[in-house]
Write a protein that binds this ligand. Structure first.
Ligand SMILES: [Zn+2]
Length: 320
């Protein structure tokens, strides 16, 4: 067995582990529900156990592994490998993800936040393949981002660059979980779309959506908008305009060739892409928006594993 990459995609709901070679072929993939029983200790134990099982099924040992590359939820310092209170990870404060995993396996560990990892995946194998300048946004429970500029992932000082969900798009907008106001995430994430819709229902507005659910999600709001329900349409359009403004800002700041939108909310398809493209046409500088493609992500739930594999390959072959 030639040197392999152990790719890990850690999420609040699922943890996925696979082996990858330098051609980024994913093999011996497995996934489980994330084990939160003992906070970070049980999650990191679970990663080591799943990785060990992958090795055995591939007939290898830790000596065959060049590195563990991990897509980590929320902010993580890529130099120290310390995660900072990732959302949806109960009991996690500051956690030495890199230090603990290296001690248990004896293998170098690379860690990067999940959205930047997915951006790397889309760049290496997905919708951005063959491009050198890409902006990736995942619109899901929250909104995350990653930027590839000149063929390199934009990392910033400690690997935390491109928190695109926390750009302010409305100075008089709602408070955000990050402590700021009017962040893109506070208006256009799936959670925020559902929350803002329910707030307006609670304030006395009516909607056809309540005919089929007592607890509307973003998907229900999207469906309501599609069938012409006035309240669903108002909340959805507001979110899409905010998302469009976010994309305009990214185009102005990063001058990408392609903007890739992924995450559960993008399942709405044209209902999302049409208004986002219209907002970009309306507000982005013509010279900068010309030729920029705004496209759906291509890798689906394997974006994290593919991106982790790409992160590992960059470690093995720096400068390629
Ligand atoms: Zn924020």
């Amino acid at each position: 067995m030639s040197k392999q990459i152990m790719a890990v995609d850690l999420g609040g709901t699922r943890v996925r582990v696979a082996l990858a070679d330098d051609g980024l072929q994913i093999r011996h993939r497995v996934e489980e529900a994330t084990d939160h029983q003992r906070g970070p200790a049980s999650v990191l134990d679970q990663i080591v156990r799943l990785a060990g099982e992958r090795l055995r099924s591939a007939g290898g040992t830790w000596a065959d592994i060049a590195c563990i590359a991990i897509a980590s939820p929320g902010p993580i310092d890529t130099t120290t490998g310390v995660a900072f209170s990732p959302p949806n990870m109960p009991g996690w404060g500051e956690v030495q993800v890199k230090g603990i995993l290296e001690e248990q396996t004896g293998v170098p560990v690379l860690a990067l936040n999940d959205a930047s990892t997915a951006a790397l995946g889309e760049f290496a194998l997905g919708a951005g393949r063959g491009r050198s300048d890409l902006v990736y946004l995942t619109v899901s429970t929250g909104i995350g981002g990653g930027v590839v500029s000149g063929g390199r992932l934009l990392t910033g000082r400690a690997g935390m660059a491109a928190e695109l969900g926390h750009m302010t798009v409305d100075r008089s907008g709602p408070p955000c979980s990050c402590g700021s106001i009017g962040c893109l995430e506070s208006i256009a994430s799936g959670t925020s779309i559902a929350r803002r819709f329910r707030e307006r229902l609670a304030a006395g507005e009516t909607s056809a959506v309540t005919a089929w659910t007592d607890h509307p999600t973003a998907a229900d709001v999207a469906h309501g908008a599609r069938i012409g329900d006035a309240l669903a349409l108002a909340v959805w359009q507001d979110a899409m305009e905010a998302l469009g403004i976010g994309v305009v800002n990214c185009i102005h700041i990063f001058n990408p060739e392609i903007v890739v939108l992924g995450g559960g909310v993008t399942q709405a398809g044209d209902l999302l892409f049409d208004p986002v493209r219209a907002t970009v046409d309306r507000y982005a500088m013509e010279i900068m928006r010309a030729g920029v493609q705004i496209v759906p992500a291509a890798l689906g739930e394997d974006a994290g594993l593919s991106g982790a594999a790409a992160l590992g390959r960059d470690f093995l072959f720096p400068g390629d």
